[in-house]
Ligand binder design. Structure first.
Ligand code: MN
Length: 492
């Protein structure tokens, strides 16, 4: 791992109505909530899901006078893992700073962050199409609380105050709304695979700030940028970027200036709107945080975290590329647990993994089965046996799907595949002697006499009827292609 030799220079020009070409330039900052057991500087539960407001708060999180923050080592280890997932340099010494600003959900009046000496240095993210986006750095910091405004009141909930965040800052290497979306999605995958976050976008576990500017093609300087803050879905990142690119081009074409400002995004109206001007540089009065000593990591600790990293999306692309269809693989990559299961099955048989991948995408990810994703996945043994039965034609593909669905029935969790298939009555009869006996008894029936004569007289399609009779006789368990073969021989 190291720096990419070539950063994608693929230009994604946008042509305006006047016929000029513009190049959008996008950089993204992403805040990732780490799923550590306790908060960044206090020993309070970091997981407030389902708990009442202000029930997971310590004097440190309230910023009470005399409180002393104490770094949660686990958060530093998580940051190391996040950094390794970003192919980044891990800084063995990093430091915390105070960033001062007043906000009701930040009672201390400052945020403890890493402005000057971040824990994660330069790295890169590779998108599914091979484009590399460089990471400038990523740092550890604490989250603020949450405000909600109801009936004329503003309510403060500090459960989230002090939650550890890793803020990932990209270089402005992104040049289209689609790549902005792909980059955010890949970040989500990297962070969830590295198991440093719950990755619950709906609840703001990852939030994206998107900086966008446009410049006329050939310009030597970037245009003035606007920042769209606090996006929490890939779709809103793509839509907001697209909207902003068009808005800025329109301004330029009308001879107006793009203002440097922070803008908000409304999913409902599909527009960004100005929130506050950024023309004056804010002075946060950064100063070294005196209460938290520098973070010093040993090389051994980094290696321990590296060893904890499970297979990452890139590993799976290497393992299954060319085997599983790219579209299917990219859909399945959104489900780390499914990928882990596929890798388990692939240890023994590459083609088996393809069969299971297809069952995952066609059955498990079908809309009507969405609830199954919350259930326990079938065991490796169950899946391997299923692959074997499919390969040996003991199961048809329809029968295979039925058995696969049955795996999710709680009563079936510990049953083996063969038992389930037998109980469902979908095992195909492949015993040639047994099949022959069924064929013989069918051919002996007077009502099939005419069909047999027709077939011998050259009416090929009658064979389908006769196969059907055998299938009926076997209650659907006969393997149709074997039956056909036996029939042809007998009717010669
Ligand atoms: Mn931040």
């Amino acid at each position: 791992m190291g720096q990419p030799s070539i950063v994608s220079q693929m230009s994604e020009k946008v042509n305006s109505r006047s016929g000029k070409s513009y190049l959008p330039t996008i950089g993204i900052e992403c805040h990732v909530q780490l799923s550590t057991k306790t908060k960044l500087f206090s020993e309070v539960d970091n997981d407030a899901r389902g708990k009442s407001p202000n029930s997971c708060v310590s004097p440190v999180d309230y910023g009470l006078p005399g409180m002393l923050p104490r770094l949660n080592k686990e958060a530093a280890y998580y940051a190391v893992r996040a950094g390794l997932a970003l192919n980044a340099k891990i800084n063995l010494e990093s430091r915390f700073d105070r960033k001062h600003y007043f906000y009701p959900d930040l009672p201390k009046g400052y945020q403890i962050t890493q402005m000057f000496h971040p824990i994660i240095g330069e790295g890169f993210v590779e998108l599914p199409d091979g484009t590399k986006i460089r990471i400038e750095h990523a740092h550890l910091e604490e989250d603020a609380g949450k405000l909600s405004h109801e009936n004329g009141y503003s309510l403060v909930d500090l459960n989230r105050a002090g939650t550890p965040l890793v803020e990932i800052v990209s270089q402005p290497d992104i040049h289209s709304a689609e790549h902005a979306r792909d980059y955010c999605k890949e970040l989500w995958r990297l962070m969830t695979y590295a198991e440093v976050t719950f990755g619950d976008l709906y609840n703001g576990n990852m939030r994206f700030d998107v900086n966008i500017s446009v410049a006329e093609e050939g310009a030597t300087e970037l245009g003035t940028r606007a920042e769209v803050k606090n996006l929490n879905s890939f779709r809103s990142v793509e839509r907001a970027a697209k909207y902003e690119i068009e808005r800025q081009i329109k301004l330029i074409e009308n001879g107006e200036a793009v203002k440097q400002e922070t803008r908000g995004w409304s999913d409902a109206s599909g527009e960004t709107t100005a929130q506050r001007s950024k023309e004056m540089a804010q002075d946060y009065r950064y100063m070294p945080e005196p209460d938290v000593p520098p973070v010093r990591l040993s090389k051994e600790v980094v290696e321990v975290e590296r060893a904890k990293l499970p297979k990452m999306p890139a590993d799976y692309r290497e393992l299954f590329g060319g085997l599983i269809a790219t579209d299917t693989l990219e859909v399945l990559l959104d489900y780390p647990l499914l990928m882990q299961k596929l890798a388990e099955v692939a240890d023994n048989s590459g083609t088996g993994a393809v069969k299971i991948a297809n069952l995952f995408s066609s059955v498990l990810l079908a809309e009507e089965n969405a609830s199954l994703l919350n259930d326990e996945l079938p065991s490796r043994e169950q899946l391997l046996k299923l692959v074997e039965m499919l390969e040996e034609n003991q199961l048809s593909s329809t029968g295979g799907k039925e058995v696969f669905l049955k795996f999710f029935d709680p009563e079936m969790h510990y049953k083996n595949t063969e038992t389930i298939a037998k109980e469902l009555g979908v095992v195909q009869e492949n015993d040639l002697a047994a099949l022959e006996a069924i064929v013989d008894s069918m051919l002996a029936k007077p009502e099939t006499k005419k069909a047999q004569d027709d077939y011998r007289a050259g009416q090929e399609k009658v064979l389908g009827f006769l196969v059907g009779q055998v299938m009926k006789e076997s209650r659907g368990k006969a393997n149709p292609s074997s039956v056909q073969e036996i029939l042809r021989k007998k009717l010669q």
